[in-house]
Design a protein around this ligand. Sequence first.
Ligand code: GDP
Ligand code: IMO
Ligand code: MG
Length: 431
Amino acid sequence: MPVTVVIGSQWGDEGKGKIVDLLSREIDVVARYQGGANAGHTIMWGDKTFVLHLVPSGIFHDGVKCVIGNGVVIDPGALLDEIGMIKRLGYDVDDRLFISHNAHLIMPYHKKVEEARERARDAGAIGTTGRGIGPAYVDKFARTGIRVVDLLDRDVLRKKLKVAIEEKNAILKGVYGADQLNVDAITEEYVEFDKLIDPFVTDTSQYLGQLLKGGAHVLAEGAQGSLLDVDFGTYPFVTSSHPTVGGCCTGLGIPPTEIKRVIGIVKAYSTRVGNGPFPTELDGETGEELRSKGGEFGATTGRPRRCGWLDLVALRYTSMINGFTDLAITKLDVLTGTPQIKACTSYDVAGKRTERFPSEVQTLEKVEPIYESFEGWGEDITGVTSFDDLPDCARTYLSAVSDYLDVPISTISTGPKRNQTILNAAPATVG
Ligand code: GDP
Ligand code: IMO
Ligand code: MG
């Protein structure tokens, strides 16, 4: 059986958690391949709401195994809190949750350095989640990071931490005038973490390889979104990993030839948390309305999300990078009651019309979106489960999205809960 990848097509928070949880009914393994506790994936059913930051969104399906791959940066404290929450809810994690021995750890100094750097950047701040993600990936690539496997040998851990903390203290004090960190206290804290996470640690690429050989169906769960990818996103206003499809191979040790399906998760409008260019952003009343109707507040930081119209130029670009085989459109219900819906189909760049997504942030900041308008609908579509039951205007909007991107829509989400979904929306295109 193949690998299916679920990828955010915009700036994150597209509803990946809901879709992964839903797909987990037919899946053997769900694996996270990048990012860390900067992610906030919401799952709802009945009157319950859960937000997962590190544990894959398949955990609430008893038979499903969950893997945190080598590409993820793990904050052990955040992970243990999450494991505690899952256990309290009555779900077993033993022999179900597997953590890569090669994954890098978030250390307290990563958060300190990030905080100091963001403060120093002032108006140019990225607006990170403050979870230490960037500095942890910097250490990984500088080859000074500390991995899960390093926790096993206390002497090695202490030596590595001493070198790392001395360097970070020099930076914190010399560059940012910030507080110092203590080697002994941090070593002790991480030795304690080791005792608790040790049962979950394994060579996850070997584990996944064996499962795939045995015919298992693996679902790779992307965090963040393609426009936050460190190479393909709106750099420098990005995260420090690869949410795009290549990240799945390097972050799990899965060969690309195993990937048979790449689902692009597309929110029916756009949102962005943090700073950086956002051509279709709506500053006024319509943006406010989308925020309040869509509950657009960060699942990790609680920050209000910036809202805007769908950007098809950006989506065609992320579809090209990822090779989406099909799309899951989420939060369509939020557009109900919007008299006129717009989607950006090209940009005006200094008087010239283009359908190319510019890679330079300076250009992207200046583009004027050119919109196509669609008539809205008034009927409440919350919980609709059949494509035929959608109002004509909603179907027209979806058809236009599918046609522009030349990718079929397989799934349409009409509410935050599992059952509020149209499955098998259309085998080819929606229209
Ligand atoms: P993720 O990071 O991509 O998993 O998305 P988040 O969980 O951060 O944000 C998505 C939000 O939208 C969550 O509060 C979900 O419960 C909610 N949501 C997901 N799908 C739908 C939908 O179709 N309609 C509505 N109204 N809410 C949805
Ligand atoms: P999920 O998986 C939305 C944003 C931050 C900031 C930038 C860099 O829930 O979709 P970082 O802390 O990663 O260094 O911050 O990326 N960001 C997200 N935005 N959803 C996320 O995750 C995000 N993870 C990071 O707001 O702009
Ligand atoms: Mg989120």
